[in-house]
Design a protein around this ligand. Sequence first.
Ligand code: FAD
Length: 116
Amino acid sequence: NSRSDCPPDVEALGRGTWTLLHSIAASYPESPSKSQQSDLLSFVKLFSKLYPCWVCAEDFTTYMGREVPRVGSRDEFGKWLCGAHNDVNRKLGKPQFDCSRWQERWRTGWNDGRCD
Ligand code: FAD
C-alpha cells in the first residue's frame, strides 16, 4: 500500500515543505511593502522554531545566523531560500541547484516549455 496516507517521514515532510516555501517565494511581490517584508521575516523565524524535524530546524536556524534572510524582493528571497535549500542538499550529499533558475522551477516553468 501507499505510504502517502501514513505520517510523513523526514523526506516526505521535507518535499512538502520545500514546495510550500518556494511557492511562497514565487508568489511574493517583486516590490513588497514594509509590512509584507516584516510578515515574511516573522514567518521564516517562526518556521525555524516550529519545523517538526528538530535537527533540521536547528541547522536551518544556524544557516539563518550565517545568511540573514533577505526579504526585499521576490528574487532576493527566492535566491536566499535556494541557498538555504542548497545548504541542506550539500549536507545530504544531493546535487546543488542552479539558483539562477529558481523561478523556472517554481514560478514560470522551464524555458524549454516542458511545463506548458
Ligand atoms: P528536495 O530536497 O525535497 O527538493 C524538492 C525539489 O526541489 C527537487 O526535486 C528540486 O526540483 C527542487 N530543488 C532542489 N534544490 C533546490 C534549491 N536549492 N532551490 C530550489 N529548488 C530546489 N533532511 C534531512 O535528512 N536532514 C536535515 O537536516 C534536513 N533539513 C531540512 C531543513 C528544511 C528547512 C527542510 C524544508 C527540509 C530538510 N530536510 C532535511 C529534508 C530534505 O531537504 C529533503 O526535502 C528530503 O531529503 C527529500 O529530498 P528530495 O530529493 O525529494 O528533494
